[in-house]
Design a protein around this ligand. Structure first.
Ligand code: COA
Length: 567
């Protein structure tokens, strides 16, 4: 089928549906929902069999839904309606939630239901639920809906709010007043649910040291206590604030009125105000851990769940240090675990944007990631495995490929390209790693196509080596067991020997240092050259400037199909 995505942005859910529908043999073209005229032009050009709206903030124009079946992916259970479905589900502590695919009509979210899939809620931020449970349910619901549409005889179920099976209802936009925190009254649990309901957007408005800030990235603290509302400690990027029954950590803040009105680590944004706070060392029970190591049966697991997968210079340096320590251990395999939401999205673009010299900070950051990548590539003592539970983008993909093996959970999406960031050339030894694994021809195609990639395609291109099936919750024990089993195989030592021999052979053909030099030469042009594209693209990304047109890499109908006017 010819499917047109009409979407506010090419976000993670849209990317995943794009990958899934293409893998089922459908042709998918994308148009960003900029205004009615642009959307209208897109359907005229593409003449789709079906329009899908994976992530929409406005109603679909009547001129479109009257002519085409338009399926809207709504992140709510049957009958749920309104613009803040998931926010309310988190705020109200729902234990089950769902995704419903409904047909667009004149009334928002009230169209006939084509499919609906439910899931168990988890104590996590809205963004994390969206990237995991909602995305999985949306894939299932969308497959059902598309199959039903293709069958031709399916009759979608009209929404009947009086039906006892329909448990959802209309809920308005969640406002700051719905989430406001009363530090003198609210329990830690309630505060966590308020912050999580608005994380990634819009955050919960609060006041810290007289500054109005939005709060994100909250975690429970179980040991520390203090007077409710008092700031009592700091740990890495996070600050700890006492509640009536304990305390919570807040990792990231945004101050709209500041020079840098975007998310930053709390201790960076409030550097002088939080300087005096007691700095605590994080451990399993207490504090805010960004990097930690555990080991079992010859396998070391290095976790680094950096917020949004962004890796600043300091975070790369700390991870490099932790990695070097892991290498000193008497283990055989090191699993590089990333985090549950993201494995890595490369350089920390917000930190770079906030630096006094963005060019210098970009240079520092890319070198810090490269140092880490080199350490992984040159590891002789261990077999290294990047275990991707969450997505990876840009430099994060190539950092993963620096390991000897890449294992990825089914459902993970990779974006193995840099060019969308203002034609950024990229480093992380990608010019060595990508052709080495995918072959020269594929390497060129991958970086030029700028498309998200699912695990099956990534495996066919040797960007990953193994797909891990099963639920997210089972991922960590599963990869640990697989790694343990690998050590026990007779071929393990041979494998280690082979990888070291292969590395030496590669080094003699072209030293790793040369790849880096050549990549960084190009990056210098991106950072310090005449063409400001990277700085402009980074600014737009960090400030979330809406796109004014759909990239031609996504809008197939704008590239190849001649304009055919609908009479
Ligand atoms: N630095 C800082 N923040 C980043 C980031 C990075 N490298 N990558 C993602 N984020 C943030 C986004 O700003 C967004 O923030 P929010 O919580 O305020 O909404 C959040 O992470 C999720 O990102 P989003 O773009 O909405 O996720 P996605 O799953 O739709 O898209 C990517 C994933 C990787 C395609 C996209 O995030 C991206 O292009 N990131 C930049 C990659 C890059 O160019 N890195 C630098 C070169 S190495």
């Amino acid at each position: 089928m010819r499917i047109l995505f009409l979407t506010h942005a090419f976000n993670s859910l849209t990317q995943r549906l794009h990958v899934e529908l293409r893998s089922l043999g459908h042709q998918v073209s994308v148009e960003f929902d900029i205004n009615d005229a642009v959307a209208q032009e897109a359907v005229e050009r593409y003449q789709p069999d079906l329009v899908i709206a994976p992530f929409l903030k406005r109603a679909i124009p009547e001129s479109i839904w009257r002519r085409y079946v338009c399926l809207v992916v709504h992140p709510g259970i049957r009958g749920d309606r309104g613009p803040s479905s998931l926010d309310w589900a988190v705020l109200k502590g729902e234990t089950r939630w769902g995704v419903t695919v409904l047909q667009a009509n004149a009334e928002m979210d009230a169209g006939d239901i084509w499919a609906s899939v439910e899931f168990e809620m988890r104590e996590a931020s809205k963004g994390s639920l969206y990237r995991n449970e909602v995305t999985e349910a949306a894939v299932e619901a969308m497959r059902l809906a598309v199959d039903r549409f293709a069958a031709g005889d399916f009759r979608p179920q009209p929404l009947d709010q009086s039906d006892p099976d329909i448990q959802g209802e209309w809920r308005p936009l969640a406002k700051q007043t719905d989430r406001v925190i009363d530090w003198q009254r609210d329990s830690s649990e309630l505060i966590l649910s308020k912050i999580r309901s608005g994380d990634g957007v819009p955050g919960v408005k609060d006041t810290l040291f007289g500054r109005e800030c939005f709060l994100y990235d909250a975690r429970l603290e179980i040991n520390l206590t203090g007077n409710p509302g008092e700031l009592i400690a700091r740990c890495g990027p996070a600050i700890c604030r006492a509640t009536v029954d304990g305390a919570v950590w807040i990792g990231h803040l945004k101050e709209q009125a500041s020079e840098h009105p975007f998310k930053l680590p709390a201790t960076q944004l409030l550097a002088s105000e939080t300087e005096h706070l007691h700095e605590i060392e994080a451990d399993e029970a207490s504090g805010y851990r960004e990097i930690w190591y555990e080991e079992a049966e010859g396998v070391g697991l290095l976790h680094f769940p950096f917020y949004n997968g962004a890796m600043s210079s300091e975070q790369c340096e700390a991870l490099l240090q932790a990695y070097r320590q892991a290498k000193q251990r008497e283990t055989k395999v090191i699993l590089l675990m990333g985090g549950p939401d993201y494995w890595s999205n490369g350089m920390h673009l917000n930190r770079i944007e906030a630096a006094s010299s963005a060019a210098d900070e970009s240079w520092r950051n890319i070198n810090a990631i490269d140092d880490l990548a080199r350490e992984i590539i040159e590891t002789e003592s261990h077999l290294t495995i990047a275990a991707l539970q969450g997505n990876a983008g840009a430099g994060g993909v190539f950092l993963a490929r620096a390991a000897d093996e890449v294992w990825a959970r089914r459902g993970v999406i990779l974006n193995p390209h840099y060019k969308d960031m203002g034609n950024l050339y990229g480093s992380e030894y990608w010019t060595y790693l990508l052709p080495r694994y995918a072959g020269q021809e594929n390497a060129e195609r991958i970086v030029e196509s700028r498309l998200p990639m699912g695990v099956d395609e990534a495996k066919a291109l040797s960007l990953i080596d193994q797909v891990i099936d099963g639920p997210s919750a089972a991922f960590v024990p599963q990869v640990r067991q697989l790694a343990t089993a690998m050590i026990r195989t007779p071929a393990f030592n041979e494998r280690l020997h082979y990888k070291n021999a292969r590395r030496q052979a590669d080094e003699s053909v072209k030293p790793l240092a040369r790849y880096r030099e050549e990549e960084l030469e190009q990056m210098k042009h991106n950072f310090y050259g005449f063409d400001p594209s990277y700085h402009v693209a980074r600014y737009n990304f960090v400030y979330k400037v809406p796109k004014s047109r759909t990239p031609l890499t996504l809008a197939n109908h704008r590239r190849t199909v001649p304009l055919r006017r609908v009479s």
